[in-house]
Design a protein around this ligand. Structure first.
Ligand SMILES: Cc1cc2nc3c(=O)[nH]c(=O)nc-3n(C[C@H](O)[C@H](O)[C@H](O)COP(=O)(O)OP(=O)(O)OC[C@H]3O[C@@H](n4cnc5c(N)ncnc54)[C@H](O)[C@@H]3O)c2cc1C
Length: 396
């Protein structure tokens, strides 16, 4: 049997599910093919994201306004520490009430899955998408996929294939989309802590080539994301938390470290930056981690996936207004506009995050002096701080 759908999304992670809800809202029939049991699913309970106001607006458009308001912890202030200087950011003088919302991966995923299951116009199929043969002449993509349990082969025809199957994208490889990977040789160690620190404040420390973030996840609890050398991270995990306390004292100082008590088994994820040669090809677009990954120092990975969705839905809407009811979502003009819109922004953001990572990693007295001077200078300029907050809370 061959399933026919206007849009097929491979990957039912947060990016894939949000895309499905938005595209259904625009009037398209949508089918999601997802395989379960990914490595991220296993650590999803301990993964927390800083979701920006622009991304919250997108989730609200998915019909999740009340749920998102009730989910997670608001961040109203951010402290960025480097050597002996601190940059304090808040929403003063901007149109935003919060800098971000700290949301748990598992809870957000569950919320989106529930919304998708309640939506009759979205079909969700379990399976591994193993083969993609697309024939642009027929204006359709043909997809073969295998269900993990039944091992049966299924066929699907679609006008647009959305690849959202994560950083190790199988579809990207099958379609021979060129991609590159920069290995930071670092791992992000993630853990939850009971905390006596003031609530609603996100804190980040740059320490040599390490970055440690404490995100408020609920009253009296914070989530730590600590990017560090991969061997050091492995030793830290092997010690089952025993080495964490000493590490925290070294970076945060005894006063702050003494207010934290480990409340979960630490986990670690390798850190890489993935870039692709193109974001679209005939009847295909790439979204989310399949199209880009970044170092977590700016908390932007998932947000960039949300910005892909915003950009694509905007292009679709503007073309839809111009054409008839039988609008084609994989029309070359739509894909070209999306690619033009995202290419520059994604590459610039990746370059910016990479530059921040390396410029904070240099540990030399003269560099430390100028960096501290720069951080203090920005901290005393309301104008520059407003610019940073406006940039960080908008879509880019
Ligand atoms: C430690 C850490 C901290 C982070 N912190 C932040 C943060 O603070 N803020 C932020 O914005 N981002 C953060 N990120 C990034 C964020 O986790 C990712 O950007 C986001 O989860 C990507 O979502 P996705 O849906 O694109 O991919 P994924 O979550 O990887 O989803 C892909 C889906 O596709 C499925 N799939 C894969 N292959 C196939 C196939 N062949 N057929 C069918 N289905 C398939 C998988 O099973 C999975 O369900 C962090 C990441 C890490 C590792």
């Amino acid at each position: 049997m061959t399933i026919k759908t206007a849009i097929c999304i491979v990957g039912g992670g947060i990016t894939g599910l949000t895309t499905a809800l938005i595209l259904k809202k625009l009037g398209f029939t949508v089918c999601i093919i997802n395989k379960t049991g990914s490595a991220k699913e296993l650590m999803s309970d301990g993964l927390f994201y800083a979701v920006s106001p622009a991304s919250i607006k997108l989730l609200t458009e998915c019909g999740l306004e009340k749920e998102i308001l009730a989910l997670g912890e608001d961040v109203v202030k951010m402290e960025i520490h480097s050597n002996d200087s601190t940059l304090n950011l808040d929403c003063k003088g901007t149109n935003e009430k919060i800098l971000a919302k700290i949301v748990n991966h598992k809870k957000l995923q569950a919320l989106l899955e529930k919304k998708v299951s309640q939506n009759d116009g979205i079909k969700k199929l379990d399976g591994f998408c193993e083969e993609i043969t697309y024939e642009p002449k027929d204006d359709i993509c043909r997809i073969k996929f295998r269900s993990k349990e039944k091992r049966t082969k299924n066929f699907l025809e679609t006008k647009l294939l959305v690849i959202a199957d994560g950083s190790n994208s199988h579809c990207r490889q099958k379609l021979q989309i060129p991609w590159g990977l920069k290995n930071y040789h670092q791992k992000a160690v993630v853990a939850k802590f009971n905390s006596r620190l003031a609530p609603c404040i996100a804190r980040q420390w740059f320490f040599k080539d390490e970055v440690l973030a404490l995100l408020p996840i609920s009253h009296g609890k914070v989530s730590m994301v600590w990017s560090q050398d991969e061997r050091k991270a492995e030793r830290l995990l092997e010690s089952q938390g025993a080495l964490i306390e000493d590490g925290l004292v070294e970076i945060l100082g005894r006063n702050i470290a003494s207010k934290l008590e480990l409340d979960s088994i630490p986990m670690a994820a390798p850190l890489t930056m993935i870039s692709v040669g193109r974001y679209t090809q005939s009847r295909v677009i790439l979204l989310g981690d399949a199209a880009h990954t970044v170092h977590p120092l700016a908390g932007l990975g998932l947000n960039m996936g949300f910005f892909d969705i915003i950009a694509f839905s905007r292009e679709l809407e503007s073309f839809k207004e111009l054409s008839s009811v039988s609008f084609d979502p994989g029309h070359p003009k739509v894909l070209k506009a999306y690619s033009r819109n995202r290419s520059f922004r994604i590459r610039t953001t990746q370059a910016l995050i990479d530059t921040i990572k390396y410029s904070f990693a240099i540990d030399r007295p003269s560099v430390n002096f100028f960096r501290s001077y720069g951080v203090n200078f920005v901290n005393h300029s309301d104008f520059l701080k407003r610019k940073i907050v406006n940039f960080a809370t908008s879509e880019f």
